[in-house]
Design a protein around this ligand. Structure first.
Ligand code: TNX
Length: 525
C-alpha cells in the first residue's frame, strides 16, 4: 500500500511538472518533451540568425526574415541547423534556449520550420524573455489536415492565405481544398471554360432552413472561382509554409455545377438544362458512369489539376452519390452488363477504380470519402472516414491507409453547444472538449492495423458560413484541439492545462490581431 501511495505521489508530481511547463510556455500542440531551466534569454532587442548546413535556404530564409523579432543585420543569437545525422523522427526538431544562444536543429527544413513555430508561440505568450529550455518534438501523425469548402461559399485568396498561416502555426501540414460541388465549380479549367463561366455561379443562395423556418434566400446571383494563376499562388504560398494542398474534384456525385455547364455528362440520351444548386443537400443528377465522354472529361480536368498541384494525393470525392439516375440510364445499364457488375454500387466502384488507375499512372494516389468502400475499394485508395469511424476501421482492416475525420468529432460546421443562441449552422453539436478527447486510432484495431491510420483532419463545410469572420468563429478554438490530437503523443495530452491555460493564451493572440472566435464557454443554458 505504502509503495502504491509513493508511486501515486511520484506520478502526480511528474504530471504537474509537465503541466506547468506547458502552461508557462503556452505551446499548442504540446511538445513531446520539455525541460525548463532557471533563467531566461532576454528579449530586449531583435536578434540575428545564422543558417548552418543549409544548401538552399530560400524559402525558410524568407520566412525567417519576416519575423518581427529577427533582424538579419544583428549578431546571430538564433542558429538554425540542418543536420542529416541527427537521430530524430520525420518532421521533428530540437529547440534549445541557452544563455547566449537559441538553436533549432532538424534533419529537414520542415523540422526547423516547426521549431520556429514553437519559438514564435513561446514569444507570443512570454513577453519578457524566453526561459532556458530544451525541447524535443515530433508529430504523432504524418497527415495533419484541415479542410475548407469554398464551393458552397467562396473566400478570397487573401483569406485562404490567412487560413494557411493558421494551419502552419498549429503544425498542420495539409490543406484539403474542396473546390467543386453542386453549388459551384471553383477552379478554372482551360479546356472547359463553361465550368466556371456557367458552373461557377448560381441564381441565389439558401441561407437557412434547418433551424430557421421558413426557408430564406438571399436573392443574389452568387459565385466566382479561382483562376489557375491564383491557384498557383496559393499552392506556392502553402509550400513556403510546408503545407501540401490536396485539391478535391468531386465525382461521381455533387456534380450539378459541372452538369449545368456540360449537361451531356449527365445520364440519358439528351439530358438538358441543369442549374447549379442553390439549396444544400444531395442531388440525384450526377456524372453518368456509362458514357465514355464522362471519363474523357474528368481525365482532361485532372490533367490540368495535376499541373497545378504537386501533391501526391488527389481527392476525388466519392461521397453521397445517389444511384437513382444510373438505375434508369441505358448507358449505365450497358456498362453494368459489359463489365459484369452486380449493381449500381459496383458501378460506382468501377468509376473510382478507373479514375484511380488513371491517376496512379501519373504517379498520384487517390483519397476518397468512405463511400468508396461501396462495391469494393480501389486497390491503392486512401479512405477519409467521415460517417463516423466505421469506414476507416473497415479500410484499415483491408490494409488501406485511412485519414480519420469523423463527423461527430471533427466537423467544425457543427455548432459548439446545443444552445439556440449559437449562430445558424447545419445542425449537430461538437464542443471543444469532444474534439480534444478524440483519439484517431480506434482501439478495436490490432497494432498492425492501427498503422494504417496515417492521420486526422477536421472539415469545414460552408453551407451556413458565408464570411471569413464566421469561418474564424467556427474554427477557433477547436482548431487548437485538432492540432493537439494530430501532433501530441496521447500520453502528453492534458485537457486541464489545455482548456484552463493554453487556450486562453492563444485566444489572446487572436485578440491582438482583432480576430473573432467562439469563446469556449457554454452559451445559454
Ligand atoms: C456531408 S462530409 C457532406 C458535405 C456536407 C456536409 C455537411 C461529406 C463527404 N459530404 O457535402 O457539406 O455533410 O456537414
Amino acid at each position: 500500500k505504502k509503495i502504491s501511495v509513493l508511486i501515486w505521489l511520484l506520478l502526480t508530481s511528474l504530471t504537474q511538472l509537465t503541466a506547468q511547463n506547458n502552461t508557462s510556455l503556452g505551446i499548442i500542440p504540446a511538445p513531446v518533451k520539455v525541460i525548463i531551466g532557471d533563467g531566461s534569454y532576454p528579449l530586449s532587442s531583435k536578434i540575428g540568425v545564422k543558417f548552418v548546413g543549409f544548401n538552399n535556404t530560400n524559402s525558410l530564409a524568407k520566412f525567417v526574415g519576416q519575423l518581427s523579432f529577427i533582424d538579419l543585420q544583428q549578431r546571430p543569437g538564433l542558429k538554425l541547423i540542418l543536420d542529416k545525422s541527427l537521430a530524430i523522427k520525420e518532421e521533428g526538431y530540437l529547440l534549445s534556449v541557452k544563455k547566449d544562444e537559441i538553436s533549432i536543429r532538424s534533419t529537414t527544413e520542415r523540422g526547423v520550420f516547426y521549431g520556429l513555430q514553437t519559438l514564435l508561440q513561446i514569444l507570443n505568450t512570454n513577453q519578457t524573455g524566453i526561459p532556458f529550455l530544451e525541447i524535443e518534438d515530433y508529430p504523432r501523425f504524418a497527415y495533419r489536415g484541415m479542410h475548407l469548402d469554398v464551393a458552397r461559399h467562396l473566400f478570397p485568396v487573401s483569406f485562404i492565405k490567412e487560413y494557411i498561416d493558421m494551419l502552419a502555426y498549429y503544425k498542420l501540414n495539409t490543406f484539403h481544398w474542396h473546390l467543386t460541388e453542386d453549388q459551384g465549380w471553383r477552379i478554372e479549367i482551360k479546356k472547359y471554360p463553361k465550368l466556371t463561366s456557367i458552373g461557377g455561379f448560381r441564381d441565389q443562395t439558401l441561407i437557412g432552413y434547418l433551424r430557421d423556418n421558413p426557408k430564406q434566400y438571399d436573392n443574389e446571383r452568387y459565385g466566382g472561382f479561382y483562376t489557375q494563376e491564383e491557384v498557383k499562388e496559393v499552392v506556392a504560398y502553402a509550400a513556403s509554409k510546408y503545407i501540401t494542398v490536396v485539391p478535391e474534384i468531386e465525382m461521381p456525385g455533387h456534380a450539378l455545377a459541372a452538369l449545368s455547364a456540360y449537361p451531356e455528362l449527365a445520364c440519358g440520351k439528351n439530358p438538358t438544362s441543369f442549374k447549379a444548386a442553390y439549396e444544400w443537400g444531395v442531388f440525384d443528377d450526377v456524372f453518368c458512369a456509362g458514357k465514355e465522354q464522362t471519363f474523357k472529361f474528368l481525365q482532361d480536368v485532372l490533367d490540368e489539376v495535376l499541373l497545378l498541384f504537386p501533391s501526391e494525393y488527389i481527392h476525388i470525392g466519392g461521397d453521397e452519390c445517389p444511384k437513382t439516375k444510373w438505375k434508369t440510364c441505358e448507358f449505365c445499364q450497358k456498362r453494368i452488363l459489359k463489365e459484369k457488375l452486380k449493381d449500381e454500387h459496383e458501378l460506382q466502384s468501377y468509376f473510382i477504380h478507373r479514375i484511380e488507375k488513371y491517376l496512379n499512372k501519373k504517379g498520384r494516389q487517390i483519397i476518397g470519402w468512405d463511400e468508396i468502400l461501396e462495391g469494393g475499394l480501389a486497390p491503392n485508395a486512401t479512405v477519409m472516414s467521415w460517417r463516423g469511424t466505421k469506414g476507416g476501421i473497415a479500410a484499415a482492416k483491408l490494409s488501406h491507409k485511412v485519414i480519420m475525420t469523423p463527423g461527430p468529432y471533427l466537423y467544425f460546421d457543427k455548432q459548439e453547444s446545443k444552445s439556440s443562441e449559437e449562430p445558424l449552422t447545419i445542425g449537430g453539436h461538437v464542443p471543444l472538449s469532444k474534439v480534444y478527447a478524440y483519439n484517431p486510432v480506434p482501439e478495436e484495431l490490432t497494432k498492425e492495423e492501427q498503422k494504417y491510420i496515417i492521420g486526422v483532419q477536421a472539415n469545414l463545410w460552408t453551407e451556413y458560413i458565408k464570411t471569413p469572420e464566421k469561418v474564424r468563429y467556427m474554427i477557433y478554438p477547436r482548431i487548437f484541439a485538432l492540432s493537439e490530437i494530430a501532433w501530441t503523443p496521447l500520453a502528453n495530452k492534458d485537457w486541464k492545462d489545455f482548456s484552463e491555460n493554453r487556450v486562453a493564451l492563444h485566444l489572446g493572440n487572436l485578440d491582438q490581431k482583432g480576430l473573432i472566435y467562439r469563446v469556449p464557454e457554454p452559451i445559454g443554458a
